[in-house]
Design a protein around this ligand. Structure first.
Ligand code: PLP
Length: 407
């Protein structure tokens, strides 16, 4: 009889966002007259910008004419996009990354989820707690996370690095040796950023211990403070120990268009083997390239007009973040994040769990957020709101929260 991958059977119940969707739809079915405002899922709401749309239209026309039609492209991405990424996101920031160290994909979720393919299941993995669930679940799927303990909400073979109020929601260097370390800054869910000198400690740790940092920079575009690095390769020594993941989802609104990329420098080697060569093998075997039209759209993000438009999108969402932050503070909440990131991480009222606060907010205020405990045990007692809603909905949601909680 065929055998299944039993690791999938160990995965706990439903994925965070399906549980949220279930509770929201039960509420809206029972209360069809109520306007529920969703500030839960990290999905953008503003449409694609003018330059991006024009580039896509042009590319569609090319695809419709025999002389300019494109079939399969290079799996790693077209040279025009890899060059634009290298020049704008790296060389312009003093990080010397070459186009052939960049692998274009359909997004950072796929890449952060698939990267484990090139590492042995014997590696010891460290994750922040709370954390973007993809890192944990994809390690669990191949058996690298061990067994799930429903009582603690933890996998017994993962190293959890608690990110708590007392450490500014930043992880501490693991006491136990970690081979693979997932870092995501600006962070989802806490919204905090890691400063240059702090990140240097991690790069030094990884080089000293021959570990690899998997650095998720999906929210890089939201960085507003000077001493926060925009790429891990701004840090000396990072090229020999770090892989970086980036996405066009949160800066240019590509959540539905789908494009991201992974950077693996040639200097990153394990026992003399270029890690990049393994990813190249994996990528070219299992992936047939991001659509041409999408890659032209991504290229347009780097044009002078495209850059200005992205600034406009970020400004809009960050104004929402400020509205949320200020409103929550006025209502008496302790609030983090929202400065270098579109996420606001708030402490739930004393005596409530994250899910109890979720239900309270849904039922009494008709606002949907994300319970912190859904991102890991150390997220208990916290709640995430996102700045990705429309301005009107954000203002209305915060107005309702202030009216309900202000003493
Ligand atoms: N990484 C983090 C930390 C995220 O929060 C998200 C999406 O919410 C992603 C990656 C996914 O990005 P993409 O849309 O490029 O797959």
């Amino acid at each position: 009889m065929v055998k299944l991958n039993d690791n999938y059977l160990k995965l706990p119940g439903s994925y965070l966002f399906s549980e949220i969707a279930k509770r929201v739809s039960a509420f809206t079915e029972a209360n069809p007259d109520k306007k529920v405002i969703k500030l839960g899922i990290g999905d953008v709401t503003l449409p694609l910008t003018k330059s991006v749309i024009e580039a896509m239209h042009k590319a569609v026309d090319e695809m419709g004419a025999a002389a300019t039609f494109r079939g399969y492209g290079p799996e790693q991405g077209y040279e025009f996009l890899r060059k634009a990424i290298a020049e704008n996101d790296y060389c312009a920031r003093g990080a010397d990354i070459a186009p052939d160290e960049i692998f274009v994909s359909d997004g950072a979720k796929s890449d952060t989820g698939n990267i484990g393919d090139i590492f042995s299941v014997d590696n010891k993995v460290a994750v922040c707690d709370p954390v973007y669930p993809v890192y944990v679940d994809t390690n669990a799927m191949v058996g690298r996370a061990g067994d799930f303990n429903a009582e603690t909400g933890m996998w017994n073979n993962l190293i959890y690095m608690p990110c708590l109020e007392e450490n500014g929601f930043l992880p501490e260097l693991p006491k136990e040796r970690a081979d693979i370390i997932y870092l995501c800054f600006p962070n989802n869910p806490s919204g905090v950023a890691m400063k240059r000198d702090e990140l240097k400690k991690w790069v030094d740790y990884a080089n000293e211990n021959k570990s690899i940092i998997l650095y998720d920079g999906a929210y890089e575009a939201y960085i507003s403070e000077e001493d926060v690095p925009h790429t891990i390769y701004e840090i000396e020594g990072a090229k020999t120990c770090a892989i970086e993941f980036k996405s066009f989802s949160k800066n240019a609104g590509f959540t539905g268009t789908r494009c991201g990329y992974t950077v693996i420098p040639k200097e990153l080697k394990v026992n003399g083997v270029e890690v990049r060569s393994l990813w190249n093998r994996r990528h070219t075997t299992k992936f047939n390239g991001t659509p041409y039209v999408t890659q032209r759209a991504a290229e347009a993000v780097y044009s002078p007009e495209g850059k200005e438009e992205v600034k406009g999108l970020i400004k809009y969402y960050m104004e929402n973040a400020k509205i949320i932050s200020d409103g929550l503070k006025k209502a008496g909440f302790t609030v983090y994040g929202g400065v270098n990131s579109p996420y606001i991480w708030l402490k739930v009222p004393q005596g409530m769990t994250s899910w109890e606060f979720f239900d309270y907010l849904l039922e009494k205020v008709n606002v949907v957020g994300t319970p912190g405990s859904g991102f890991g045990p150390s997220g208990e007692g916290y709640f995430r709101l996102t700045a990705f809603g429309s301005r009107d909905n954000t203002l209305e949601a915060i107005d309702r929260i202030v009216k309900t909680f202000e003493q």
